[in-house]
Design a protein around this ligand. Structure first.
Ligand code: AMP
Length: 155
Protein backbone atom coordinates (compact mmCIF):
# COMPACT_ATOMS: atom_id res chain seq x y z
CA UNK A 1 0.00 0.00 0.00
CA UNK A 2 1.48 3.33 -1.13
CA UNK A 3 1.15 6.49 0.91
CA UNK A 4 -0.92 9.16 -0.86
CA UNK A 5 1.17 11.53 -3.00
CA UNK A 6 -0.83 14.50 -1.80
CA UNK A 7 -3.54 13.72 0.75
CA UNK A 8 -6.91 15.13 -0.24
CA UNK A 9 -6.15 15.40 -3.97
CA UNK A 10 -7.44 12.90 -6.53
CA UNK A 11 -4.64 10.56 -7.60
CA UNK A 12 -4.37 11.78 -11.21
CA UNK A 13 -4.08 15.37 -10.06
CA UNK A 14 -1.72 14.61 -7.19
CA UNK A 15 0.66 12.88 -9.58
CA UNK A 16 0.56 15.87 -11.93
CA UNK A 17 -0.91 13.77 -14.74
CA UNK A 18 -3.63 16.23 -15.58
CA UNK A 19 -2.93 17.59 -19.06
CA UNK A 20 -2.41 21.29 -19.60
CA UNK A 21 -5.51 22.80 -21.18
CA UNK A 22 -6.40 26.08 -22.83
CA UNK A 23 -8.05 27.06 -19.54
CA UNK A 24 -4.96 26.37 -17.44
CA UNK A 25 -3.08 28.65 -19.85
CA UNK A 26 -5.74 31.34 -19.37
CA UNK A 27 -5.42 30.99 -15.57
CA UNK A 28 -1.62 31.29 -15.89
CA UNK A 29 -2.02 34.43 -18.02
CA UNK A 30 -0.35 32.80 -21.03
CA UNK A 31 -3.48 33.21 -23.17
CA UNK A 32 -5.78 36.26 -22.99
CA UNK A 33 -9.44 36.18 -22.03
CA UNK A 34 -12.24 38.67 -21.54
CA UNK A 35 -12.34 38.47 -17.75
CA UNK A 36 -15.66 38.93 -15.98
CA UNK A 37 -14.80 37.86 -12.40
CA UNK A 38 -11.83 36.61 -10.39
CA UNK A 39 -11.15 35.63 -6.79
CA UNK A 40 -8.58 33.36 -5.11
CA UNK A 41 -10.26 30.17 -6.38
CA UNK A 42 -12.35 31.10 -9.40
CA UNK A 43 -12.06 32.83 -12.76
CA UNK A 44 -14.94 33.77 -15.09
CA UNK A 45 -14.59 34.99 -18.66
CA UNK A 46 -16.53 35.25 -21.91
CA UNK A 47 -16.83 32.10 -24.00
CA UNK A 48 -14.87 32.49 -27.25
CA UNK A 49 -17.74 30.94 -29.25
CA UNK A 50 -20.89 32.06 -27.44
CA UNK A 51 -24.21 30.30 -27.91
CA UNK A 52 -25.78 33.68 -27.19
CA UNK A 53 -24.37 37.11 -26.25
CA UNK A 54 -23.29 37.10 -22.59
CA UNK A 55 -22.34 33.39 -22.58
CA UNK A 56 -19.81 33.23 -19.75
CA UNK A 57 -17.60 30.43 -18.39
CA UNK A 58 -16.94 30.01 -14.66
CA UNK A 59 -13.94 27.81 -13.80
CA UNK A 60 -12.00 26.80 -10.69
CA UNK A 61 -8.32 27.73 -10.61
CA UNK A 62 -7.73 24.25 -9.22
CA UNK A 63 -6.62 21.99 -12.12
CA UNK A 64 -9.56 19.58 -11.97
CA UNK A 65 -10.72 17.68 -15.05
CA UNK A 66 -14.28 16.89 -13.99
CA UNK A 67 -16.64 18.17 -11.31
CA UNK A 68 -16.11 15.19 -8.99
CA UNK A 69 -12.40 16.14 -8.70
CA UNK A 70 -13.09 19.63 -7.32
CA UNK A 71 -12.08 20.28 -3.70
CA UNK A 72 -14.70 21.42 -1.20
CA UNK A 73 -13.00 24.82 -1.00
CA UNK A 74 -13.14 25.31 -4.78
CA UNK A 75 -16.69 23.96 -4.91
CA UNK A 76 -17.84 26.47 -2.32
CA UNK A 77 -16.15 29.32 -4.19
CA UNK A 78 -17.64 28.13 -7.49
CA UNK A 79 -21.13 28.13 -6.01
CA UNK A 80 -20.79 31.71 -4.82
CA UNK A 81 -19.19 32.89 -8.09
CA UNK A 82 -21.86 31.20 -10.22
CA UNK A 83 -24.60 33.16 -8.48
CA UNK A 84 -22.66 36.43 -8.86
CA UNK A 85 -22.04 35.77 -12.56
CA UNK A 86 -25.65 34.71 -13.20
CA UNK A 87 -26.88 37.96 -11.64
CA UNK A 88 -24.43 40.00 -13.74
CA UNK A 89 -25.35 38.19 -16.95
CA UNK A 90 -29.06 38.83 -16.29
CA UNK A 91 -28.49 42.48 -15.42
CA UNK A 92 -26.27 43.27 -18.40
CA UNK A 93 -28.05 41.26 -21.11
CA UNK A 94 -31.54 42.10 -19.87
CA UNK A 95 -32.44 38.44 -20.45
CA UNK A 96 -34.27 36.78 -17.55
CA UNK A 97 -33.93 33.19 -18.79
CA UNK A 98 -30.63 31.36 -18.76
CA UNK A 99 -29.13 27.87 -18.53
CA UNK A 100 -26.20 26.70 -16.43
CA UNK A 101 -24.47 23.81 -18.20
CA UNK A 102 -21.59 21.68 -16.96
CA UNK A 103 -20.18 18.84 -19.10
CA UNK A 104 -17.96 16.02 -17.81
CA UNK A 105 -15.93 13.85 -20.21
CA UNK A 106 -16.23 13.63 -23.99
CA UNK A 107 -19.30 11.38 -23.94
CA UNK A 108 -21.09 14.23 -22.14
CA UNK A 109 -19.79 16.84 -24.64
CA UNK A 110 -16.80 18.09 -22.64
CA UNK A 111 -14.25 19.54 -25.09
CA UNK A 112 -11.92 21.37 -22.69
CA UNK A 113 -10.75 19.05 -19.91
CA UNK A 114 -10.70 21.59 -17.11
CA UNK A 115 -13.93 21.91 -15.12
CA UNK A 116 -16.15 24.75 -16.29
CA UNK A 117 -19.72 25.95 -15.92
CA UNK A 118 -21.44 27.67 -18.84
CA UNK A 119 -23.87 30.50 -17.99
CA UNK A 120 -25.92 30.91 -21.17
CA UNK A 121 -28.65 33.51 -21.66
CA UNK A 122 -31.74 31.99 -23.31
CA UNK A 123 -33.21 34.65 -25.56
CA UNK A 124 -35.71 32.58 -27.55
CA UNK A 125 -36.29 29.05 -28.79
CA UNK A 126 -33.64 29.72 -31.43
CA UNK A 127 -31.02 31.68 -29.50
CA UNK A 128 -29.50 29.95 -26.49
CA UNK A 129 -28.96 26.37 -25.40
CA UNK A 130 -31.03 23.64 -27.07
CA UNK A 131 -31.71 20.74 -24.73
CA UNK A 132 -32.59 17.19 -25.76
CA UNK A 133 -34.50 15.74 -22.82
CA UNK A 134 -36.08 12.31 -23.08
CA UNK A 135 -37.36 11.41 -19.61
CA UNK A 136 -38.89 8.11 -18.62
CA UNK A 137 -40.80 7.33 -15.42
CA UNK A 138 -38.64 6.52 -12.40
CA UNK A 139 -38.68 2.77 -11.75
CA UNK A 140 -40.32 2.76 -8.33
CA UNK A 141 -39.33 -0.87 -7.72
CA UNK A 142 -35.59 -0.12 -7.85
CA UNK A 143 -35.62 3.53 -6.71
CA UNK A 144 -35.37 2.88 -2.93
CA UNK A 145 -32.25 0.71 -3.31
CA UNK A 146 -30.69 3.09 -5.85
CA UNK A 147 -31.27 6.09 -3.58
CA UNK A 148 -29.85 4.33 -0.55
CA UNK A 149 -26.77 3.12 -2.47
CA UNK A 150 -26.17 6.66 -3.71
CA UNK A 151 -26.64 8.02 -0.20
CA UNK A 152 -24.14 5.50 1.16
CA UNK A 153 -21.58 6.51 -1.52
CA UNK A 154 -21.62 10.16 -0.48
CA UNK A 155 -18.43 11.03 1.41
P1 AMP B 1 -17.32 22.15 -23.27
O1 AMP B 1 -17.89 21.48 -24.49
O2 AMP B 1 -18.30 22.18 -22.13
O3 AMP B 1 -15.97 21.58 -22.86
O4 AMP B 1 -17.11 23.66 -23.68
C1 AMP B 1 -15.86 24.27 -23.88
C2 AMP B 1 -16.13 25.71 -24.16
O5 AMP B 1 -14.88 26.41 -24.09
C3 AMP B 1 -16.73 26.01 -25.55
O6 AMP B 1 -17.96 26.70 -25.38
C4 AMP B 1 -15.66 26.87 -26.21
O7 AMP B 1 -16.20 27.86 -27.05
C5 AMP B 1 -14.94 27.45 -25.02
N1 AMP B 1 -13.57 27.89 -25.27
C6 AMP B 1 -12.57 27.18 -25.85
N2 AMP B 1 -11.44 27.90 -25.90
C7 AMP B 1 -11.72 29.09 -25.32
C8 AMP B 1 -10.95 30.28 -25.06
N3 AMP B 1 -9.66 30.36 -25.41
N4 AMP B 1 -11.56 31.31 -24.45
C9 AMP B 1 -12.86 31.21 -24.09
N5 AMP B 1 -13.64 30.13 -24.30
C10 AMP B 1 -13.07 29.08 -24.91
Amino acid sequence: MHAPVAPGLPLRQARGIMAETIFSKIIAGEIPCHKVYEDDHVLAFLDIAPISPGHTLVIPKQPARTLDEVSEQSAAALGVALVKVARAVKAVTGVDAYNVLQNNEAAAHQAVFHVHFHVIPKRSNDVGLGVGWRPSPLDQSTAPELASRLAAAIE
